[in-house]
Ligand binder design. Structure first.
Ligand code: 3H9
Length: 678
């Protein structure tokens, strides 16, 4: 079968038009690189060659799907060199997102014209890489070192206007083709190729400052500092700098960090497409009812309003409705204050909001989300009230974190419209949304949940029903093992430090103090009757709760807190309580190294994740990783617990899990090895 060429060249008079067409994002796959080499030959003799792309974007970078395999010639740096050295000069017409290899190609062209909405960036750092086709060498020559550091070390995108202000663009235009014709009609003198320029002078202190800032922010991730290093090579000749860049790019492509970040890139996109909603069209949602205006309900309302949805918030009385309304307004004002939206956008969003104590106000809503406290009877009452006023097909969603939606929706007619939408607190900030489906939930309703998540800019993952769904079920296992470690000899600060050294933003005990110990305590009490009596149960956390140590809110939890200071301080009272517990249990306490602590906790996470897949709660292991990264602060650059287990080898993970199991017999279910080796 004949394949449509991904790069085509046509001539109009003395102007050559080179068009790249490689959906979805015109990545520089092998066929594009080959096509561009041919195009450079084909355009010779023309006065100018205009390089443009079909589809919604100019080239969005190297083809990440090719990065697991060894590179195949022609390599992108050489292709760009051909473009830059071509006797016929190239003009790039830019639209959409000009990223990575795409930006590198654009910098190899003699001129650049972009639409006003075009965005530019070198996102390689977010994939654990440095740019590999001259980006770190051409960018400082084009826009100066300071801007190059900002762009390449962060991986964030800049606007066409910002690049123009940095002298990186020749023009901004609405109609690219029309402006290109005018531009080539009176073609300016060919500028010096970017690679032949010298980097404008800069203060060397800039590099030290950037290094200090990046080291602080990186939390163990290497690539931002690697990019900074590579930018400094632009002091050398272009050839020397580029060849160093290329070597480092290829080394980093084979690093665990880059494998992990590439895994997450694809995992996030896959999670958004569960097989349950293949080819299913979502319903259109415009009006959302939210029941409960506490921190969670107000956060959900803020996220919904920020995405242009109408929100009606229902509270139990007028006073509570007014308080909830104030809370939402404050959250929107906060978003404006921190630059997430303009003040005008915050005002427009609040204009879409209303609060009421009357369920009838929800009668027109397309979807209702319940965000009241975790009590089955209360939630059932909420849905019975909603069902009595809403359209019988309107979607009913519970935000429960642990309870079984099938019980919550008992008695509701047409359960195909019932679903769990589990937001994480604070819901206007946290990225994760777990979509909990019941066997009865229709594919259309699931697809609508995913579309809503996308609109609210959430990272959305489907979960089946089990205690805690994907994320909190793993959290329970993680905390259980942390408590076993305490009982056997570790102290809270040692456990916290060990996981922070791995890259987690906080340890399990610091997090508990921050969020409060009472919810987990209530869950443990709820599960007391069904817990296997043979399972090891450590009561230290319960003892803390019983003496009123509920975390930062009571200035004491696993740590103590000085007035007005959130820094956890080791507390001898807690450490004595831990030691006394071990003694009462007849345990001889022993030391655990940070590595031993981290190994055990990571093995437990991977084992529980594998069980979650084995039990059909998550569709894929990579969904588990997405949940951990976006809901629980697992370091993205480690790829999630399942990717980490793959990286170190499932055999090693299984050995660590066996240790965990031997230390606390009858307390763990081990995942089937054939499952976790997948
Ligand atoms: C690089 O350039 C290295 C060079 O320096 C040197 C090379 C030698 N490759 O995100 P979307 C797929 S490193 C392959 O849902 P959006 C994506 O998987 C690269 N595939 O759309 C998805 O597939 P599917 C530096 C890619 O509109 C589909 O395209 N560049 C690539 O929300 C749609 O993607 C980057 O890191 C790729 N490069 O966002 C840019 N990009 O439909 C990475 C996308 O099967 N890309 N796909 O799930 C992005 O940031 C976003 O995709 C973009 C569009 C903003 C472009």
């Amino acid at each position: 079968m004949l394949q449509t060429p991904t790069v085509t060249t046509t001539r109009v008079g003395d102007v050559a038009w080179v068009t790249i067409s490689n959906p979805p994002v015109n990545a520089t796959s092998l066929s594009v690189r080959q096509g561009l080499v041919q195009a450079v030959k084909d355009v010779q003799g023309a006065r100018v060659a205009i390089l443009r792309c079909d589809g919604r974007s100019f080239v969005a970078g190297g083809d990440i799907t090719e990065f697991d395999a060894p590179p195949v010639a022609p390599h992108l740096p050489d292709v760009i060199q051909l473009i830059e050295d071509s006797e016929t000069p190239f003009l790039a017409l830019l639209h959409g997102t000009v990223l990575g290899g795409g930006f590198e190609i654009a910098m190899g062209c003699a001129w650049r014209i972009a639409t006003a909405t075009t965005r530019f960036g070198l996102p390689e750092v977010t994939l654990g890489l440095i740019p590999g086709a001259g980006g770190t060498q051409r960018l400082p020559r084009l826009v100066g070192m300071s801007a190059a550091i900002d762009i390449a070390c962060s991986g964030t995108m800049i606007t066409a206007q910002a690049l123009h202000d940095l002298d990186g663009l020749d023009a901004i235009a609405d109609d690219l083709d029309q402006v290109a014709e005018a531009f080539v009609a009176s073609l300016p003198a060919r500028p010096m190729p970017v690679s032949a320029r010298t980097v404008p002078p800069y203060d060397p202190a800039l590099l030290q400052d950037a290094k200090a800032k990046l080291t602080k922010r990186a939390k163990g991730q290497r690539s931002p500092l690697e990019v900074l290093d590579a930018l400094t090579w632009s002091q050398e000749s272009f050839q020397t700098g580029q060849s160093q860049e290329r070597t480092r790019f290829l080394e980093l492509k084979n690093s665990a960090e880059s494998r992990a970040l590439r895994h997450v890139f694809f995992a996030e996109r896959q999670a958004a497409k569960p097989s349950s909603i293949k080819d299913m069209k979502p319903r259109n949602i415009q009006k959302v009812a939210i029941v409960g205006g506490g921190l969670m309900g107000a956060g959900i309302a803020t996220a919904a309003l920020s995405s242009g949805l109408n929100v009606i918030l229902i509270e139990r009385d007028d006073q509570a409705a007014a308080t909830a309304s104030d809370r939402v307004q404050k959250l929107l004002d906060g978003a404006a204050k921190y630059g997430k939206m303009t003040s005008a956008q915050a005002q427009n969003a609040f204009a879409l909001f209303a609060a009421s104590s009357d369920y009838n106000a929800a009668s027109e809503a397309d979807l209702a989300i319940e965000a009241v406290f975790e009590d089955v009877a209360t939630k059932q009452q909420v849905f019975s009230s909603l069902a009595s006023v809403m359209n019988p097909n309107a979607i009913l969603a519970t935000n429960t974190s642990y309870l079984d939606p099938r019980t919550i929706f008992e008695g509701i007619s047409n359960q195909s419209r019932c679903i769990g939408l589990h937001f994480f607190s604070p819901a206007h900030i946290m990225k994760l949304l777990e979509i909990v489906t019941m066997p009865e939930t229709s594919a259309e309703v699931i697809a609508t949940g995913f579309a809503l998540g996308k609109r609210m800019r959430k990272t959305t993952v489907q979960s089946g029903i089990c205690d805690g769904f994907i994320g909190n079920r793993m959290l329970m296992a993680y905390r259980r093992e942390a408590d076993y470690l305490l009982a056997d000899g570790a102290l809270p600060h040692e456990v916290d430090a060990a996981v922070r050294a791995f890259g987690m933003p906080m340890g399990p005990y610091e997090v508990q103090d921050l969020t409060g110990l009472q919810i987990a305590w209530a869950n443990r009490k709820r599960n007391a009757t069904t817990r296997d009596p043979a399972e090891r149960y450590v009561t230290i956390a319960d003892q803390l709760c019983e003496i009123g140590r509920l975390g930062q809110q009571s200035a004491a939890g696993w740590y103590r807190y000085e007035a007005g200071n959130r820094t956890p301080q080791r507390d001898p009272e807690v450490e004595q309580l831990v030691a006394a517990y071990s003694q009462a249990q007849g345990i001889t306490r022993r030391n655990f190294t940070p590595q031993e602590i981290a190994d055990r906790l990571l093995a437990v996470l991977a084992n529980e994740g594998a069980l979650i897949v084995q039990d059909g709660i998550a569709e894929r292991a990579s969904d588990v990783d997405v949940v951990q990264i976006h809901g629980y602060g697992f370091p993205r650059w480690r790829g999630g617990p399942m990717q980490y287990a793959t990286e170190i080898g499932w055999e090693k993970t299984a050995q660590n899990m066996q240790l965990v199991n031997d230390e606390s017999p009858n307390s763990w279910r081990l995942a089937r090895s054939e499952q976790i080796e997948k």
